[in-house]
Design a protein around this ligand. Structure first.
Ligand code: FAD
Length: 466
């Protein structure tokens, strides 16, 4: 009946969810194939998300540091950005990583199939590649098809209206840029181009940028945006855009009043939509959640026994490390292990300037859950390493349970927050207490000491704090 092959595990999508699931399933002795419709592996994260955005952020950061280094005694003349070279370097970073994933798949004997996959039964997938179609029968399938930018009717992606994908591959630094949506992608990209010289305006519908994070944290980013000359308009509802030669004019409403702003480009970052509409889900009667994601249980099982789903197509934070984590769980469950997900220590990070990172509960959540909390909060400005890096803007906050000393959560705003948050995550994961962090010797001078000082503070034992 035309079936090419019978597989233990068929993974659809090679992003950080899919490729990790495939490798883990292969490690556990399964015969695995992974289907990807693009010519490259790695998904959004490696090709048009996490990695290219972090590469551009790094360039913008280094450029800003170089051009604003007078106060530390560096006089640098003649600094300029060769943006074509920046893009070339960014692509080389992507190529190294996607090349690495390709080798890992091969090394783990995961078969790669190129083409667009569609379920045609609860044990059958059809893969189309150009004119060719092939059928694959599977015992288990892991869906990991990710997400794409939401396209608003009034702002179709064409010409000067960009999604994050096009904003990452611009041939030149825009002179001016309006960003609709002050979530993490809008802030990361808006701030990057502002640092590289663009005049940036951010329109956000709610009453603050980065609405998922406490204002105590996001206001640091707000302050930095102001310093960069970025105009942030909150409570702004974007209505329409008109493109003329070389310009796009955006009409938006604030408190019932209409305003207009023009710029060279308009970037829309209002969220992402799961890639499930073309997957043939109707043929297997797949259950969705109210918000339109694939419904899964604690073991990443969907309503169809043989099919699992992970990453951006299921509810929860749309982040690469969540997709990979779920990928490992799904593979382990398929291999007969008794694994299940727990999101207690999943970090949420924004690579803004300064960076923001949160893990576990914040103060409000802890109080709402009935805890009496011990809070320790220590500023970067009192840390020797931070000051010698000329990076004194930020804090570490640790939330402890006063009854037991257990660490409930932590928030960091400041340089390297993304790297530092792991220590607090590990402490929560392992059930460590405030005193465990406070009693761990941290290298001096290091940013890690800020975490130790915050834990000491929560215990009322702060040395460098009154
Ligand atoms: P994806 O990475 O979306 O991969 C899905 C893959 O499936 C794609 O390769 C797609 O081509 C393929 N596919 C889809 N349908 C089919 C089909 N029918 N047949 C075959 N193949 C198919 N997350 C972070 O954690 N940190 C960050 O710093 C970060 N920065 C980001 C910056 C930007 C600009 C964007 C857009 C996203 C960022 N993210 C970040 C989010 C992160 O990229 C996603 O959460 C992550 O990629 C989701 O992984 P996934 O495996 O679910 O899907």
């Amino acid at each position: 009946n035309g079936v090419v092959e019978q597989l233990d595990v068929l993974v659809i999508g090679s992003g950080p969810g899919g490729y990790v699931a495939a490798i883990r399933a292969a490690q556990l002795g399964k015969q695995v194939a992974i289907v990807e419709k693009e010519a490259v592996v790695g998904g959004v994260c490696l090709n048009k998300g996490c990695i290219p955005s972090k590469a551009l952020i790094s360039v913008a950061h280094q450029y800003e540091a170089t051009t604003h280094s007078r106060e530390i005694g560096l006089q640098v003349a003649g600094v300029s950005v060769d943006f074509a070279k920046v893009q070339e370097w960014k692509q080389s970073v992507i190529d190294k990583l996607t090349g690495g994933v390709k080798s890992l798949l091969k090394g783990n004997k995961v078969q790669r199939i190129q083409g667009e996959a569609k379920l045609v039964g609860d044990d059958l997938v059809q893969v189309t590649n150009g004119e060719e179609t092939s059928l694959y029968r599977f015992a288990h399938c892991i869906l990991a098809t990710g997400s794409r930018p939401i396209e608003l009717k009034a702002f179709p992606y064409e010409g000067r209206i960009l999604s994050s994908t096009e904003a990452l591959t611009l041939p030149e630094i825009p002179k001016s840029l309006v960003v609709i949506g002050g979530g993490y992608i809008g802030i990361e990209l808006g701030q990057t181009y502002a640092k590289l010289g663009a005049k940036v305006t951010i329109l956000e519908g709610s009453d603050s940028i980065l609405p998922g994070f406490e204002k105590e944290m996001s206001r640091f980013v707000g302050r930095k945006l102001k310093k960069l000359g970025v105009e942030v308009q909150t409570g702004a509802i974007a209505k329409e855009a008109q493109q003329t030669v070389g310009e796009v004019t955006i009409t938006y409403e604030v408190k019932g009043e209409l305003h207009q702003v023009s710029s060279e480009y308009l970037l829309i970052t209002v969220g992402r939509r799961p890639n499930i509409d073309q997957l043939g889900l109707e043929t297997v009667n797949m259950k969705l959640t109210e918000r339109g994601f694939i419904q899964v249980d604690q073991q990443c099982k969907t309503s169809v026994q043989s099919i699992y789903a992970i990453g951006d197509i299921v509810e929860g934070l749309a982040l690469a490390h969540k997709a990979s984590y779920e990928g490992k769980i799904a593979a382990e469950v398929i291999a007969g292990l008794n694994s299940s997900v727990s999101y207690k220590t999943i970090p949420a990070v924004v690579f803004s300037d300064p960076e923001i990172a949160s893990v576990g509960l914040n103060e409000t959540e802890a109080k709402n859950q009935g805890y009496t909390v011990s809070i320790g909060k220590f500023p970067y400005a009192a840390n020797g390493r931070a000051l010698s890096l000329n990076a004194g803007d930020g804090f570490v906050k640790i939330i402890g349970d006063s009854a037991t000393g257990a660490i409930l959560g932590g928030q960091i705003v400041g340089p390297e927050a993304s790297n530092l948050i792991g220590e607090i995550g590990l402490a929560i994961e392992k059930g460590h207490k405030l005193q465990d962090i406070a009693h761990t010797i941290h290298a001096h001078p290091s940013l890690g000491e800020i975490i130790m000082e915050a834990a000491e503070g929560a215990l009322g034992q702060g040395i460098h704090q009154l």
